[in-house]
Design a protein around this ligand. Structure first.
Ligand SMILES: [Zn+2]
Length: 387
């Protein structure tokens, strides 16, 4: 196990968990939301703003950084933290999810995934071992194993075969990391020797496959465990149910990360089912499309009703955007395609997500999480103001 990574469960309220994990770059309070910094930057947000919003950890995408500027270049620049100038904790995905999204541009074999770059068509192979090496050069505090991400829907047979391959890949990933830790080869300089590695539970929407996957992944032994392959189009209730049953099967003393979820309601509902970590492009992507989350409902800022609306996006929000600008101005910036529209909207949406996580953590600490959850789901904020 990594000496530099420890998780402490500070308390529970029902199934919801309040904890923290320590990394070489600082402490992360859980439940935590990780803004997605695909290319070494959270789109339209400065690191300074993320720090002011209280983001304690961000996510980087291995697929994108491997293709451009390249993991070897980043390693020569001292690793991802130093290269991008972010001093707090980071997590990198394995690159698998993006590769599986390439559809006709990739072939999956037992050895690994062959794919064509979306940038220049160049051919590459990503094996479980190579995903470990690349992430070792990047040096984030948490690295993910390469797993096979299936499309939804899938037959039980396909889901079983894919899940079993993911388990074999997880084992290879751990063996590779153990070998790197024992004697790092010169061509894989570890930018962060204390890097933790998380295994990923797969199995589609079949709970028995999820159980088998969880047991096999835990048997390999990782610093934390993720639930992958959800939020890919299955009904929300199915996602919640698989999350609940799978989380229950994971070790109490390790962090649990639900990959790629979700809406603010998903965060609250999945914390209620025992999840500690989340990432999603929704707050940042929706912000750039003019869709804002507020305590009173979702706002589509291009709507004509905001043309002369002097109110802030969210009267209950203390972010820079809400303290300084009106809906009318934000609508104008959006329609004029000004870059500040994306920046100001992103700042607000991330503030809403991070503030929701803070309120979740406080509620768990005070033993009032169920009240908070009921209020959150009941409130008008679950409805679109524009519908
Ligand atoms: Zn705001």
């Amino acid at each position: 196990m990594s000496d530099g990574f420890t998780f402490t469960l500070l308390g529970t309220d029902g199934v919801a968990r309040r904890g923290e994990f320590h990394t070489p770059h600082g402490i992360v309070q859980t439940p935590a939301f990780m803004p997605v910094g695909t290319q070494g930057t959270v789109k339209a947000a400065l690191h300074r703003d993320l720090e002011e919003l209280g983001a304690e950890i961000i996510l980087g995408n291995t697929y994108h950084l491997f293709l451009r500027p390249g993991d070897e270049l980043i390693a020569r620049r001292g690793g991802l933290h130093r290269f991008i100038g972010w001093t707090r904790p980071m997590l990198t995905d394995s690159g698998g999810f993006q590769i599986f999204s390439l559809a006709e541009r990739r072939v999956i074999r037992e050895e690994g995934a062959e794919f064509q770059s979306h940038l220049d068509g160049s051919r590459h192979t990503l094996t479980p071992e190579r995903a470990v090496d690349i992430q070792s050069r990047l040096g984030a505090d948490v690295a993910m194993v390469l797993d096979e991400c299936m499309a939804y829907p899938a037959t039980r047979e396909a889901a079983a075969a894919s899940m079993e391959r993911s388990v074999r890949w997880a084992k290879r990933s751990r063996e590779r990391l153990d070998a790197l830790r024992a004697s790092p080869p010169a061509h894989v300089p570890a930018a962060n020797p204390a890097q933790a590695q998380f295994g990923i539970v797969q199995g589609g929407v079949f709970q028995d496959l999820r159980n088998d996957s969880a047991d096999a992944t835990v048997a390999i032994g990782f610093e934390g465990y993720a639930i992958g392959g959800l939020s890919v189009g299955e009904p929300t209730e199915v996602m919640y149910s698989i999350t609940e049953e799978t989380a229950r099967r994971l070790p109490v003393e390790r962090p649990r990360y639900l990959m790629g979820a979700g809406t603010p309601e998903d965060l609250v509902e999945c914390v209620a089912r025992g999840i500690d970590m989340f990432d999603c492009v929704m707050p940042t992507r929706n912000a750039r499309n003019g869709q804002l989350f507020t305590s009173q409902g979702r706002i589509n800022i291009k709507n004509a009703r905001y043309a002369e609306d002097d109110r802030p996006l969210d009267p209950e929000c203390g972010c820079y955007t809400c303290r300084h600008h009106s809906r009318a101005y934000l609508r104008h910036l959006y329609l004029a395609a000004e870059m500040t529209a994306g920046a100001l909207n992103t700042l607000h949406n991330l503030s809403f997500y991070l503030d929701t996580m803070r309120r979740i953590r406080d509620a768990i600490a005070f033993g009032t999480f169920d009240n908070f959850r009921q209020g959150f789901l009941r409130s008008a904020s679950r409805l679109s103001l524009d519908s």
